[in-house]
Design a protein around this ligand. Structure first.
Ligand code: S3P
Length: 447
């Protein structure tokens, strides 16, 4: 739903081959972290390529509310003068994180060990999401939290005045939980340790090291043991944000869907903890080449050249889920056109994203005539030659569901409509014009 509460429906129609270059926006995870770590540093942080989507802009506002000086100096170019670890001021008003689970969870961690109180809220999607997964470990530092039933927003955090360091094994594979604990550990004395069974995205660890923290990761029998030495002095950095692999997924998959397509998607971040989709696509037989590989801001980056070709269904193993957790919705669309069936296992974390993404994809694909099977933590899609389409898919304030069904409509017999395109703004504000430039046929509908 748009910020004014009115729905913005949109239709996607069958189109000809896609061609050209898709310059997708900056990485959302790295953009949030650039602002938060910049705010916790001393001196100036200079960021280029920042994603200027709703989620990240809400984090920028929040960092101002905690006392940092955050300034936009050009297109995607931002300057932050931080307050230093432990220097957050108490916000004067409620912090509204909009649609952003990453924003709210990381910020709660970043303020949890400072002697201040802050109240957080968000849109209807964010207010329905579980926060106990973050407030439970924060309580171990001495932080208090008071939220609605089920630990949901609006929620007030009373930061620990005398925090103690924490040793915490994350009960689910979640970079947001890991990062919230590490950010809280910054202002606790001694060593904070997070242990994860499966590797989740490691941008927080890489960036903390870049800002000057002492942080190590060891692979042991217990899992990945991440140790952070508390109360470092973080110093401002220059950050070049790579383009977001999770946003690249949409034009990449669209080119694999539409016969005859051949596109280039330049400068995409290919951190191994994020690149599971590209492994999966290659296993399905996709023609993707990784050109000009290099490193930017401590992250591996390459240009992706993608050409249409026949694909086969595969079983995506559960251990790959953390490295492509946001990409299953668009993979489900592609699987509908691959030969045979595609089985996605170990994906129950999808149920607690901006919406229950297994359910949203299952219902929308079924409505478009695709055969699916769903369990609590898996989704199976039966590929077919021609997909009927002709349905209105419900997007539940979820950007990735909205973009996935817009891509599906590019190859269905009848157009696919989505009930609301507004959420796309949160992560990929240029999605519609960028896809139209490649050759997509999208149309805004009046309600
Ligand atoms: C993110 C982590 C993931 C992902 C989200 C961004 C991050 O969530 O779904 O879009 O930047 O840390 P979880 O850590 O909860 O899996």
């Amino acid at each position: 739903m748009s910020s004014h509460g009115t729905l913005r429906p949109m239709t996607s129609r069958k189109c000809g081959p896609l061609s050209g270059e898709a310059r997708v926006p900056g990485d959302k995870s790295i953009s949030h972290r650039s602002l938060i770590l910049g705010a916790l540093s001393v001196g100036e942080t200079h960021v280029t390529g920042l994603l200027e989507g709703g989620d990240v802009l809400d984090t920028a506002k929040a960092m101002r509310a905690f006392g940092a000086d955050v300034e936009r100096v050009g297109d995607g170019e931002w300057r932050i003068h931080g307050v230093g670890v432990g220097g957050f001021a108490e916000p004067e008003d409620v912090i509204d994180c909009g649609n952003a689970g990453t924003g709210v969870r990381l910020i709660m961690g970043a303020m949890a060990t400072t002697d201040i109180t802050a109240t957080f809220t968000g849109d209807a999607s964010l207010r329905s999401r579980p926060m106990g997964r973050v407030t439970d470990p924060l309580a171990l530092f001495g932080t208090q939290s008071h939220g609605r039933s089920g630990g949901r927003l609006p929620l007030t955090i009373v930061g620990a005045a005398n925090p103690v360091p924490v040793r915490y094994a994350t009960p689910m594979p979640s970079a947001q939980v890991k990062s919230a604990v590490l950010l809280a550990g910054l202002n606790a004395p001694g060593e904070t340790v997070v242990i994860e069974q499966e590797a989740t995205r490691d941008h927080t660890e890489r960036m903390l090291a870049g800002f000057g923290a002492e942080i190590t990761t060891e692979i042991t029998d217990e899992g990945r043991v991440i140790t952070l030495k508390g109360q470092p002095e973080l110093t401002g950095q220059t950050i070049v944000v790579p383009r977001d692999p999770s946003s690249a997924a949409f034009p990449v998959v669209a080119a694999l869907l539409v016969e005859g397509s051949d596109i280039l998607v330049p400068n995409i971040g290919l951190n191994p903890t994020r690149a599971g989709l590209f492994t999966t696509l290659t296993e399905m037989g996709a023609d993707i080449t990784f050109e000009n590989p290099h490193s930017e801001g401590g992250e591996p980056v390459a240009d992706l050249r993608v050409r249409f070709g026949p694909l086969k269904g595969i079983t995506v193993p559960p251990e790959r889920a953390p490295s492509m957790i946001d990409e299953y919705p668009i993979l489900a669309v592609l699987a509908a056109t691959a030969s045979g069936k595609t089985v996605m296992k170990g994906i129950k974390e999808m149920r607690v994203k901006e919406c229950d993404r297994i359910d949203a994809m299952a219902r929308g694909l079924e409505a478009c005539g695709v055969k699916i099977e769903e369990t609590e933590d898996s989704l199976t899609i039966y590929g077919m030659g021609k997909i009927p389409g002709g349905a209105t898919c419900v997007t539940h304030l979820d950007h990735r569901i909205a973009m996935s069904f817009m891509c599906l409509g590019m190859i269905t017999e009848k157009p696919v409509k989505i009930d609301d395109a507004a959420a796309i703004e949160t992560s990929f504000p240029d999605f519609v014009p960028l896809m139209e430039r490649l050759g997509a046929s999208f149309q805004k509908n009046n309600q």
